[in-house]
Design a protein around this ligand. Structure first.
Ligand code: SF4
Ligand code: SF4
Length: 72
């Protein structure tokens, strides 16, 4: 998540959900176990992230052995 401080003193919050690179994902399932929001499931042997459930914590990015996940 990024928080922009606007000139008028307000803040604008931008959600940055995690994104899977299907070409790098091997379907190992490690990120599924690591996600505290249970926002990841395996579909057709690829990790799929529910962006509505994702809290942008970044745990899955660190857990993936193939560096297949990034924050959008
Ligand atoms: S940890 Fe990485 S390789 Fe394993 S299922 Fe998740 S995204 Fe795919
Ligand atoms: S960023 Fe956090 S909440 Fe979102 S999918 Fe990854 S582990 Fe789950």
């Amino acid at each position: 998540m990024f928080i922009f401080h606007l000139f008028n003193g307000r803040q604008k919050v931008i959600q940055m959900p995690a994104k899977v690179n299907n070409e790098e994902c091997t379907g190992c399932g490690i990120c599924v176990e690591e996600c505290p929001a249970t926002a990841i499931e395996l579909k057709n042997d690829k990790a799929k992230i529910d962006t509505e459930e994702c809290t942008d914590c970044g745990s899955c990015v660190d857990s993936c052995p193939n560096s297949a996940i990034s924050m959008e």
